[in-house]
Design a binder for this molecule. Sequence first.
Ligand code: BTN
Length: 257
Amino acid sequence: MKFDVTRFSKAIKKLNFINQFEYYDEIDSTNSYLLKKQNLTDKTLVLAEFQFKGKGRLERKWFANAYENLTFSIGLIPELKTNELGYLNFCTALSIAEAIEKNAKCKVETKWPNDLLLGGKKFCGILIESQFEENHLSKSIIGIGLNVNQTVFQDEFKERTTSLRLSFNKNFKREEVLLKVLKQFSKNYLTLSKDINSIIKKWKSRCNSLGKEISLTNNKDIFTGIFEDVAEDGSLILNQNGKLLKLFSGDVTVIKE
Ligand code: BTN
């Protein structure tokens, strides 16, 4: 079903958080669009029915069928220092988890750095791209791909991917899911600096691999050890026989529960 832009636009006004809303039937990538945009208005929401160059983390592609999912970005001018960039990861992932949990009374797991899982499978990915000026963030684009009603995924993804529809066996109204996510995000974002410890604590309580033996692979290396903790800057702290290593990107696999 087509996204109901008129109804959604009215509802979003009531939320009193998003300052500008743009909808596109088709776009290269909502993140790329906002990154290029001059004079960005803080809290601009861009939603696209279809992205033909959707981007994922680690230079991957993000594929999502039109009419079935949510692909959107929130353009922010955050009052955060460069070393506080990781706050946005925790805040976004937690907000989505809380919104879905409220909606469906279930447990959503967080997977470092910022995936969201239902029943061990990914249903939502987040890509945050930022620009900096001196020691602060001048622009952060929070890109979210949320699988809502899609039931068929490409072969290479289908084992580890799910959607709200597949997990709960019912169709969801995309406008309502997006509103709930934005509502929860606005709540957490507006108190971010003050509440970061409690946000991280809540993120950690949902994390699927914290305290376990993991391997972390990035494009060059593989690290193994115990997933000890996360730091405020968003990094993963790996314990390798008592030596603590801070890692900033990669994919985590649990080796031993
Ligand atoms: C990941 O899990 O690798 C992150 C996926 C992020 C996808 C979203 S969809 C909306 C926004 N625009 C993009 O091009 N990517 C993000």
